[in-house]
Design a binder for this molecule. Structure first.
Ligand code: MN
Length: 270
């Protein structure tokens, strides 16, 4: 339905005119989420963010990046909180924080500005093909399209400083290229991940080494909890939280992330 005919339809509604449900539902064919008006031409283009899908000619369109904070007890403790008293929580990164890391390659990752304590966090990432509100734990995994291995890169000094001042710690988490990620592997080509070794190596030395079964909230619980706070949609991805032993990298360091069942990701800080 064009904007003009939609406006006419709404005007008809406002004056008590009859309008069919079918006519209104036609609005759903407009894919862009924009304010009312006639204009559809744009003064410039904004690139869409996508992630390659393993074994497919298609790419996964990213809508939102959700992240889980303190989803492993030992990491919660190293961050100064008590996992028996404080549950995991959510934050977001901007969609275009994605940096794709192709398997078999070492991708250059720029050391970001303003920080002197730049940390890795290796994480399982779940990618959704559908969503909703108040999704039950039992139904949650039906919404998962696939999985990837990602890094939730963190300007730890800025995150801590803002937290100490009770200010939003967005600047520590939600910056350019802060979300390196490998290709998405579709459910069916991989199983749902509830266990398995997850590791992060720096220059060949194991730094993080844990099992996904140590997550406080499983992927199904993450989806269920998130959907109580936000309407989840196709294209949303969820960084599942990192295990303990996060730490710093400097220029020249090479980080390799490993998760049983997915290809390694390799990132060089430059
Ligand atoms: Mn994280």
């Amino acid at each position: 339905m064009s904007n003009i005919s939609r406006r006419t339809a709404l005007k008809a509604l406002g004056t008590g005119g009859a309008i069919s449900a079918a006519a209104l539902s036609g609005c759903a064919t407009v894919s862009a989420n924009h304010a009312p008006g006639n204009a559809t031409a744009m003064p410039f283009n904004v690139a869409a963010t996508t992630i390659p899908i393993h074994g497919s000619a298609e790419v996964f369109p990213v809508r939102r990046i959700y992240c889980i904070g303190r989803n492993y007890a030992a990491h919660a403790r190293e961050m100064g909180s008590d996992p028996t008293r404080e549950p995991p929580f959510f934050f977001q990164k901007p969609t275009d924080a994605i940096q794709y890391v192709a398997p078999g390659q070492t991708v250059n990752h720029p050391y970001p500005p303003l920080t002197k304590n730049y940390h890795y966090e290796i994480e399982l990432v779940a990618a959704l093909k559908s969503g909703g509100r108040n999704i039950s734990i039992d139904d949650a995994l039906k919404h998962v399209y696939g999985y990837a291995l990602g890094l939730d890169m963190t300007r730890r000094d800025l995150q801590r400083a803002m937290g100490d001042e009770k200010k939003p710690w967005e600047i520590g988490k939600s910056f350019d290229q802060s979300a390196p990620i490998g290709p998405i592997h579709r459910v069916g080509t991989v199983e749902h991940f509830s266990q398995g070794r997850i590791q992060l190596l720096v220059n060949g030395v194991v730094k993080q080494n844990a099992d996904l079964n140590q997550m406080i909230w499983s992927v199904a619980e993450q989806i269920s909890r998130l959907s109580a706070a936000f309407e989840l949609m196709a294209g949303d991805i969820i960084y599942s939280g990192t295990p303990e032993n996060v730490g710093p990298v400097v220029r020249g360091d090479v980080m390799v992330g490993k998760l049983a069942g997915l290809p390694d990701i390799s990132v060089k800080v430059v």
